[in-house]
Design a binder for this molecule. Sequence first.
Ligand code: ATP
Ligand code: MG
Length: 434
Amino acid sequence: MRLSRSLVPTLKETPAEAQIASHRLMLRAGLVRQTSAGIYAWLPAGWRVLQNIAQIVREEQDASGAQEVLMPTIQSADLWRQSGRFDAYGPEMLRLKDRHDRDMLYGPTNEEMITDLLRQSVKSYRELPQNLYHIQWKFRDEVRPRFGVMRGREFLMKDAYSFDLDHAGAVVAYRKMMLAYMRTFRRLGVQAIPMAADTGPIGGDLSHEFIILAETGESQVYYDAAFERIDYSAGAVSYESEADLARFYETMTTPYAATDEKHDITAWAKVAEKRGGRGIEVGHIFYFGTKYSEPMGLRVAGPDGSQVVPHMGSYGIGVSRLVGALIEAHHDEAGIKWPDSVAPWKAAILNLKVGDAACDAICEGIYAKMAGNALYDDRSDRAGAKFADADLMGHPWQIVVGPRGAANGMVELKRRATGERAELSVEAALAKVL
Ligand code: ATP
Ligand code: MG
């Protein structure tokens, strides 16, 4: 994209309404604009980041064996009456009426709808297990929307739903999702900590929140740093091996990650590398047995012909919250420092003298070679403004093209994360970036 022709409305001033770094930086870098309380429009750069995150989430869900679908945002209240949640959900649910006076709602989550879909389509134990997910907008009328997209009212979530014949099957599905989540967050460039969460009236220990560390987090978390070195890459743990999954689950859930209020930290005294801090919840996985399948009448014929009530789990990732959470984890005074995997563009090309034949030719050449992966700052602004905007927007690389270097075919390459700079030929710079 050419910056001179793009809608990237960066701001020099700090917007007064933003209390935390990620919210300030998302507004200043021109990623989003609020359209009403807790509801945001995603501008070109922000939309690219959101899509990059969603794509990594998607690839890891697919790798785990989950299937992508797309369910509607608007749901019928009748389904929610069958589970008993229509009246129970409270004021966070946005309720609507259609022209025939039928009760509708904007989905805050999709357990009822997916259970209905399975009820219509799956008849036999042979068709289980199933795990279905979608990446879709949700609406929750939060009392206090705040921190920008971190606690919005409309937000993008990946939610998956597993269906198994029995508890043992559901446990395997749960472990697969935990593995998919750890791989997802690692690819996104953050350390996520699975923390045992309250299961409420259902009981048991099968609920985990995934917390990433940031000072502005709403949750307190303690963990063993040894945990950061656990290898759960594709070679180390296979989705196909229940033994692998069990071992992985064991190592993930014993590293003493917990809040001190809610949970005992078993053996905390023995932990050699104690870590603690505030964290942001970016995902939540939950096993809830037959809570929805039972009242909604989801049944499959078992091997002996008897009617079996499938066991379910649900698995959420806050895709839009992650944009803010990643910025909380990766920024400095000057702006965002995007991890390579999610950056809106791999590099910015800064033309320090637009109109200079050598500068223009080098920039156009690099821009063409980068095939859509670069933001070309071709504005006729001062160099200082271009440097400031590039730091603010957080491109992993800056390719700086000035008249002195350009005359000799040289550019300066800056790595945003470390601040390292090097004088390189165009070819060498491109080789590093691509
Ligand atoms: P929280 O405790 O933060 O209110 P939750 O427990 O209500 O979240 P879940 O129902 O578990 O959230 O939803 C799954 C994920 O969706 C959460 O882990 C979070 O990352 C994200 N999420 C939930 N509410 C919001 C929101 N209002 N704005 C942005 N993301 C959200
Ligand atoms: Mg939660």
